[in-house]
Design a protein around this ligand. Structure first.
Ligand SMILES: [Ca+2]
Length: 344
């Protein structure tokens, strides 16, 4: 109300009690008040500055994403609407975001509407399924050098990671009851007993792939392969996961020749189009001689184990995945596989 009084006195003095002018200025005052309520102080200040020395501290009047908002797209900008024009440097320094997105100065910081709106644009998308807390500390000053009354803080939560655009590989859970989508190959000596695949239930799993070979005197190998032929994002995570179970097997010597009861090979291209392989092998029995390769991992026999690999950590990282292949090798074995999945 002091604003009204101050203005009226000034208006009154200036116009020497002219009633029409008073009415006119009352109308103007109503507009000024409305404008104040709407927090458009840039125009208010021009009117009010001459009439009074006391000025309201700036404040945050609106934010986007709004307080408590969920499912916010990860490529959002963060908008902070102030009650009036702000001092750029102190305002930028007064804003903290947790967890911290990747920001560049000055590219990520844009002031609009006579510097009353700050738009913060991270260099990369925010994380999925993450609650971000934004704080505008009271040290943010307006163009008159006046700080906020108090810190302003709010948070919002980003959307969940979308599923991969394609199911890769197809039928990775063998839910079709067979190996649709996969290419099966096997090699044995002539007359030797063949490797077999079958899709079977196992405990609470409805369909798992079981690859087995009965005891023989000759070495044999088989493989299950699928072309993926998919570009993967050059930033962000690329995961491969699957569940593996290794039963009893006769092979106890893994080198030379990298013969393991089970091996996974992902063939991919880097951003320059060069081909690379990601290889992991699984074993249970300690080698009788020769040791194991660096890419071999011990797994407990007869127990489902979930394997998950962050392929984006490979150097160089994949930009195109060509294929995935599982190899089985030895004189006799029993391996099970389920839930083969790429996620990016
Ligand atoms: Ca399954």
């Amino acid at each position: 109300m002091y604003r009204t009084t101050g203005f009226r006195e000034k208006a009154g003095n200036a116009k020497g009690g002219n009633l029409m002018c008073r009415e006119y200025y009352r109308g103007v005052l109503a507009c000024v008040l409305l404008a104040t309520v709407l927090a458009m102080t840039c125009s208010v200040k021009a009117v009010a500055a001459g009439s009074e020395s006391k000025v309201n501290p700036p404040r945050v009047v609106q934010v986007y994403p709004s307080r408590g908002m969920e499912y916010v797209p990860v490529d959002t900008s963060i908008h902070i609407v102030f009650s009036g024009p702000m001092d750029e440097l102190s305002t930028i320094q007064a804003v903290t975001i947790s967890p911290a997105p990747e920001l560049a100065y000055p590219a990520s910081w844009q002031f609009l509407h006579n510097k009353s709106v700050l738009v913060i644009t991270p260099l990369r998308p925010l994380r999925y399924s993450t609650t971000y807390r934004v704080t505008v500390h009271k040290a943010a000053r307006d163009q008159e050098g006046i700080e906020l009354n108090q810190d302003y803080e709010w948070s919002f939560t980003t959307s969940q990671s979308p599923p991969s655009p394609v199911e890769a590989p197809r039928n990775g859970g063998f839910s079709t009851g067979d190996i649709t989508g996969w290419k099966w190959a096997h090699t044995e000596d002539r007359g030797a007993r063949e490797t077999q695949w079958k899709v079977v239930p196992d405990k609470d799993r409805e369909h798992v792939l079981c690859v087995s070979r009965p005891p023989t005197f000759e070495m044999g190998t088989c493989s299950l392969e699928q072309a993926i032929d998919a570009e993967v994002p050059v930033t962000g995570l690329v995961f491969l996961s699957f569940d593996v179970l290794i039963g009893d097997y006769t092979l106890k010597q893994y080198a030379p020749g990298d013969t393991y009861p089970m091996k996974v090979i992902v063939t991919y291209l880097d951003k320059d189009g060069r081909e690379h392989s990601f290889v992991r092998a699984y074993y249970y029995y300690m080698p009788v001689e020769g040791g194991v390769a660096g890419f071999a991992e011990f797994v407990e026999a007869g127990k489902w184990t979930q394997k998950s690999y962050n392929l984006s950590m490979q150097v160089p990282r994949p930009s195109y995945i060509k294929s995935i292949k599982f190899e089985f090798c030895g004189w006799a074995w029993l391996c099970m596989l389920d839930n083969v999945r790429f996620v990016w």
